[in-house]
Design a protein around this ligand. Structure first.
Ligand SMILES: C[S@@+](CC[C@H](N)C(=O)[O-])C[C@H]1O[C@@H](n2cnc3c(N)ncnc32)[C@H](O)[C@@H]1O
Length: 202
């Protein structure tokens, strides 16, 4: 990752799975999400995980009673995740498609969208489109919970995400309920990610 001038294509992402070059993959559910779940801050119900990768969050949510839909456009990601769910006899819908082409059967469906390192993976040009899509698929009052990567570096992916980027992009459609760094971040992400909880307006 971090090629400065080139935007990433689906093939570029798939290439990472083929060469097992998955620098972003924590190998486990991100600890801040576990804490939120323990504190009952994640509404149990229908959840969508965009750009799910190998889907450690998806497995965790499925194990804990959520009705999960996961999306990734890389075959290597969805194949891995389907196997992981099957091995554990867990249910979950895994969609092999572009997040930006979700059809209207997803409109207003989800109680929760949960993500990490997806907002920073897409081109900054797509950020408002991301916000509009997340707002579209959440039910009224639904929430987005995310870990947003504050790389403090030029170029990407991963593309830097500042507090201001978040406030500028999300505040039209979302009420920002929490936005802070968290001491629970995985070691390699300490002080480098924002934990956000945003409630859909209206
Ligand atoms: C940096 S990885 C993060 C994966 C996972 N969230 C994690 O933290 O382990 C970004 C993922 O987003 C996927 N992706 C990028 N753009 C996408 C798009 N437009 N639609 C669906 N998936 C996309 C890539 O295939 C990749 O698996």
């Amino acid at each position: 990752m971090n090629q400065k001038s080139k935007e990433y294509s689906q093939e570029d992402w798939q290439g990472h799975y083929e060469s097992n070059d998955l620098g972003w993959d924590l190998g486990q559910v991100a600890p801040p999400f576990v804490k939120l779940w323990q504190e009952e801050k994640l509404p149990v119900g229908k959840v969508l995980v965009p750009g799910c990768g190998r889907g450690h969050e998806v497995v965790f949510l499925a194990e804990n009673g959520f009705e999960v839909t996961a999306i990734d456009f890389s075959e290597g990601a969805v194949t891995y995740l389907e196997n992981a769910l099957n091995k554990r006899n867990l249910k979950g819908r895994v969609l092999h498609q572009d997040f930006f082409s979700l059809d209207d059967s997803h409109d207003g469906v989800y109680d929760l969208v949960l993500e990490q390192t997806f907002f920073c993976a897409i081109s900054p040009r797509q950020r408002m489109d991301y916000v509009l899509n997340v707002a579209r698929i959440l039910r009224s009052g639904g929430i987005l919970v995310g870990l947003f990567y504050h790389t403090d570096k030029e170029g990407g992916p991963p593309y830097n995400t500042t507090r201001e980027d978040i406030e500028t992009n999300f505040s039209k459609k979302f009420e920002i309920q929490e936005l802070d760094k968290t001491s629970l971040s995985a070691e390699q992400r300490k002080d480098k990610e924002w934990l956000g909880i945003f409630k859909k307006k209206g």
